[in-house]
Design a protein around this ligand. Sequence first.
Ligand code: FMN
Length: 383
Amino acid sequence: MPRLNNEDWRAAARAALPRFVFDYVDAAADEGLCLQRNRDDLDRVILTPRVLRDVSRLETGIEVFGRRWAQPFGIAPMGLNGLSWPRGDEVLARAAAAHGVPFALSTASNARLEDLRAQAASGIHWMQLYVMHRGLAEGLVERAARAGYEALVLTVDVPVSGNRERDVRNGFRVPFKPTARFLFDVARHPRWAWRMARAGRLDFANLRVEDAPGADSASLQAALLTRAMDRSLTWESLSWLRRLWKGPLLLKGVLHPDDARRALDCGADGLIVSNHGGRQSDASPSAIAALPGVVRAVGGRAPVFMDGGIRRGNDVIRALALGARAVFLGRPLLYGLASAGATGVEAVLSQFEAEMQRSMALLGLENLDDVPGSGLVNDPDLS
Ligand SMILES: Cc1cc2nc3c(=O)[nH]c(=O)nc-3n(C[C@H](O)[C@H](O)[C@H](O)COP(=O)(O)O)c2cc1C
């Protein structure tokens, strides 16, 4: 059966992956209300088409920090991509480069940041930073600069891990203790098991013991899986990072307009409005609902991006119409990756491209510069 949309890919990923992996990718915090809110609020953004405009040639490209993106979307940072498919980070980064869109590598990647940068050399590379402790973070930032990453994304919505009960029930932790249920789960997915066995050992490749002399590797790896972060990170600490990283610095996970203002005052060059795909606080507003307030607070001083719940081309335009410069795609790409590796990722990115173009034509948009403030959005509460 052809896979035409996110639900098709999600169903294919559910079939392909052992339950503990699918749950890790798919699940959200607590009751999953925030995850659902991301979708519900996007669905409520109604776009009114304009007609009889020349849409014979559509321009989907945008410019961000002096680089041309072929589409107004990129691939969000996601940890443990190598569980969905062997060398998942590389597969995603290569596909992003081929489509002219950025790829953000997670601190919790399975590819080492230097190797990844070398393997998809022509792409637009961003590095996401988790601060578990400052010394470790400094090392990562220096390595990212040396390897040629173009922007640094500090994720600020993980002072502690969200409560993901599906992971807890599945016993998903380091060191991993295989239970009978786990072995049964894996045995029911022999193709996944075979691929993983051939790929060899999987770890958080950026945090090996040589990266943190004196630390013990197992506890570092476990801390990253449970997202045991430096809880004392504050606005004041941001100047420390600002001094270390000379390129564009973005904060990911900002939802409040006052935080947006403060971020810029502290030297951030851009913001990603995000609730981590509903994986952190289940009480958070949806990213799309938080976006207009942040955009107003920023007042054009820096680009504002968003992620969370983007599943169709229309969703991309919805976010742009509410002031986002571009969006990031999360789970849809992992569903594609898990179902069919590079072919799946390629198909999902192509579907987004095709849907975007269709949406633009149907809405009467020749290019994307005119989208914000174009009066496309019906609801005055939103725009
Ligand atoms: C499996 C998975 C792992 C993730 N890992 C990270 C991460 O390491 N760092 C980070 O900043 N965000 C991480 N995120 C959040 C994404 O960057 C993004 O905010 C979210 O997936 C967007 O929502 P969507 O999946 O509904 O599109 C992760 C999300 C998923 C689904």
